[in-house]
Design a protein around this ligand. Structure first.
Ligand code: HEM
Length: 494
């Protein structure tokens, strides 16, 4: 009896509604998923964990940052897997994604792909990343004299062209040619329509339904398109002995270098399939997840003219002093940009929660007077609400205020790192956290070198979170103006 599940275990829990659990308000579109979780989080403030029901699945909802750290880092071995969003065997490409792999297969795979994301690799790739960002944002200026409207499609173009260049060395300019095939396929394959997001979230809790409906993440047309693109790129590089340091090269090298993998492989098709799966998974994250995050950040900055002005001063000074030759270290050492990036990540990161599955029986020992040992069996679902931690006033006073000064030299040591988790933590933390941090800073740098973000008469203030999307995005799109800067020294760009 799922309804009795937490009651029997003496874990506090709101009475769930049959079939939908504690998600009724979200399903009826009365509240966003973040709001539903925040309500539960705030209601049981004296507890470290509570019971929660996502549809028919009882999940242990963690309210305590130390317990979350125990689960994601200290006792990781007992919580090493994610729940399966789609049952294994429904979508063979999906099964290969890092996020989806489980147990020793995940461990081995993560070890293989990690080298593509190290700091040293990012530094090697930086000149290409910087060139590509500069080129694309310059192109926005050239092809859109004034940009005012929903900036989401523009940011998606930027994310698409950037991803193509950075992942595969393909130069594309969707501002010049908005009807190009690459953009069309990316939109078709990687943008997550709200209904698809909803189906996926449902599927995560009901694998039988997912199997019956044959819910697939990537459509066949997209799979065929990207498989051909990647296969051709690999063959061309091999034939012409070309080495270009990008994600395709790094993944290919990492997978090849892994001797066990090579010996076990039946043919090079399998290796190509592996690369296609990883690149498509990453393309999705860079096209969809990243572009929503970027829009959230731009929205926030458009409402913060003083922060923008301060940032513009730092950007102009940096660009002048490095004579337009921005390096990885110069960018990452920019103090105010660092503060703004972190505060945007705290308040506007799009991650709602992360999940874990108990992989070895585990007991949560009592800490508070009213607690008893709580035994968790293998397979128990766990929810860690990162969004709630990052907006808890216990860790971030006046949490809804956008205040980069929380991260200044004097204050940053006081930030409780257990609660500041835009990319989660521990061995399953987002593998691309460093890349995203660089990518966003680089884009903000080049945007603010040329434009100011301004609200327009259509900008909905304050930010209203989407009730249809399970990650943080705006309910009313992103109506923002990009005002070309008149005070910019044009010699900057020559
Ligand atoms: C702003 C954009 C992004 C955000 C906010 C984000 C956030 C996250 C979060 C919260 C997780 C789950 C961590 C956990 O379960 O503890 C995750 C996992 C992951 N992310 Fe990201 N991510 C972003 C972009 C990307 C990009 C662009 C890539 C690839 C290039 C990527 C690759 C991955 C992978 C492979 C995993 C699974 C890691 C594993 O299971 O070992 N992410 N991400």
């Amino acid at each position: 009896q799922p309804i009795q599940y937490w009651k029997k275990r003496k874990v506090p829990c709101d009475v769930p509604v049959p079939f939908v659990g504690n998600l009724l308000q979200s399903l009826l579109k009365r509240k966003s998923m973040n709001q539903v979780m925040t309500d539960a989080y705030n209601k049981y403030s004296k507890h470290r964990y509570i019971g929660f029901h996502c549809f028919g699945t009882p999940t242990l909802f963690i309210r305590d940052v130390e317990l979350a750290k125990q689960i994601t880092i200290k006792d990781f071995d007992s919580f090493s897997d994610h729940r399966l969003f789609v049952p294994k065997g429904v979508d063979n490409l999906w099964d290969k994604l890092t996020f989806i792999r489980t147990g020793s297969d995940w461990q081995e795979h993560r070890r293989i792909v990690t080298p593509a994301f190290t700091l040293s690799k990012l530094k090697v790739m930086f000149p290409n990343l910087a060139k590509s960002t500069n080129r694309l944002i310059q192109s926005i200026l050239e092809h859109n004299k004034t940009v005012s409207g929903n900036i989401r499609p523009m940011v998606m173009k930027l994310a698409n062209d950037f991803t193509l260049d950075y992942f595969m060395g393909i130069e594309c300019d969707s501002f010049k040619d908005p009807n190009n095939e690459f953009l069309r396929m990316a939109r078709k394959t990687f943008s997550m329509p709200k209904i698809k997001g909803f189906l996926f979230f449902n599927a995560a809790y009901n694998s039988a339904v997912a199997k019956i409906l044959g819910i697939k993440f990537f459509e066949t047309e997209g799979k065929l398109f990207y498989r051909k693109l990647i296969k051709d790129a690999l063959e061309y590089r091999q034939k012409h002995n070309i080495t270009r340091i990008d994600m395709l090269h790094l993944l290919h090298e990492s997978l090849l270098e892994n001797k066990k993998d090579v010996n076990n492989r039946k043919d090079s098709n399998e290796l190509t399939d592996e690369i296609v799966a990883q690149l498509m998974g990453m393309y999705f994250s860079n096209f969809d997840t990243f572009s929503i995050t970027m829009c959230n950040f731009i929205y926030e900055l458009a409402l913060q003219p003083e922060v923008q002005e301060k940032l513009i001063v730092e950007i102009d000074e940096t660009w002048r002093s490095c004579d337009g030759k921005l390096t990885h270290d110069i960018l990452m050492q920019m103090k105010y940009l660092d503060m703004v990036y972190k505060e945007c990540s705290r308040l506007r990161s799009n991650t709602t929660f992360v999940d874990r599955i108990v992989t070895k029986p585990y007991t949560i020992q009592p800490v508070l007077p009213h607690e008893k040992p709580l035994h968790l069996a293998t397979g128990q679902d766990i929810t860690i609400p990162l969004y709630c931690f990052m907006r808890d006033e216990k860790y971030f006073p006046n949490p809804l205020k956008f205040d980069p000064e929380r991260f200044n030299e004097e204050n940053k040591a006081k930030v409780d790192q257990r609660a500041f988790l835009p990319f989660s933590s521990g061995p399953r933390k987002c593998i691309a956290a460093r890349l995203i941090s660089l990518e966003i800073r680089l884009m903000l740098f080049h945007f603010l070198l040329r434009f100011r973000f301004v609200p327009t008469e259509k900008t909905v203030i304050p930010f209203v979170e989407s009730k249809r999307h399970n990650i943080m995005s705006s309910e009313y799109d992103y109506w923002i103006g990009l005002e070309p800067r008149q005070d910019v020294d044009q010699s900057y760009f020559h």
